[in-house]
Design a binder for this molecule. Sequence first.
Ligand SMILES: [Fe+2]
Ligand SMILES: [Fe+2]
Length: 154
Amino acid sequence: MPNSNYEAADVGEGSSSSKDEIIKGLNEDLAREYKAIIQYVVYSSTLKGAEYSDIAEQLKKHASQELAHALEVSRQIDYLGGDPTMKSKEAEYSKDSKTMLEMDLKAEQETIKNYRERIRQAERSGEFALSEALRDIIRQEQDHEIDLKDALGL
Ligand SMILES: [Fe+2]
Ligand SMILES: [Fe+2]
């Protein structure tokens, strides 16, 4: 009998620690969204050159989409019982337009990789509403990646 009690306790602990893992991961995602907002706000107004005028307009759209992602991720963290972070990952800046776009592209790819992992974690823990919400977000991140690749001629 004591053995089966231990097992029950282990299962409980396991599931709460996987929830903690998800919250921790989502807070990293939230910090990445803040960074994306900052970079898109600044880059959309500082990109120079006629060849970048279309992408500068697109970056403004990215900025508002990243804000919507931040709001959603924060809501999900609160729902899971966590505290949404107020700290951003450090935003990067360059005076060179092409470098700005390359930094955005790298950040989007990093973001996509992390959301993929978060979706897997959510599915494993039976958090299906969360995984649905993250799928909507990752679809837009992939569009951002495509916009940036197009602008860079990749
Ligand atoms: Fe985002
Ligand atoms: Fe994005």
